[in-house]
Design a protein around this ligand. Sequence first.
Ligand code: TYD
Length: 207
Amino acid sequence: MVLFQRCALKNLILPSPYCRGWGVLPVSKSYITEFAFFLLLGHRCTGYSTISGIPGVRERTLIAVKPDGVQRRLVGQIMQRFEQKGFKLVGMKMLQASEELLSQHYQELRRKPFYPSLLYYMTSGPIVVMVWEGHNVVRTSRIIVGDTNPSEAQAGTVRGDFSIHISRNVVHASDSVEGAQREIQLWFHQKELMDWDCYNHNSTYEL
Ligand code: TYD
């Protein structure tokens, strides 16, 4: 609250919309009204879970750019899909995954005939794993990513636009909220995830 109110105060006397830079701004009546509004509602601006009352604003999902996506230099374009949607990146790292980690990640697929080749491909090079946060992020990410089989994936989805065959479908996205929680814990330590404030949170959610 204090941070947000400080931000509001700065906006009162400074020109920058997001509290960057210093300068002089004539204090208009509307700014004073706005400031009073921020003071009154300051308690609602302390964090994402309380800021808008929208359930699931802090929902998180695991997205991974698979080895083919990294090799094909698609990391930036894939990240852009999530950023431009409005989701918030709260964790990211590049690594070469071990078989052990992947066998836990894909624990439900261990008996599938394609599992050995999936493991071979997933350990063939570096991957980029990310955690994205936002309202309904798990379900929406699955839509952004598209069908598991790229031949079925709609144009405009990541798999629809960047891949042809199911064995090289460039990206992973958690398929349920519970699955996402399990996968995030598997791939990230708590300290690797950042809680940070979006200055323009009210451009994405109703306050
Ligand atoms: P799955 O969890 O079913 O799909 P998704 O990644 O969309 O959640 O499968 C995991 C990965 O296994 C999938 O992204 C690609 C690979 N795969 C195959 O190689 N062949 C297959 O027949 C299937 C179903 C998946």
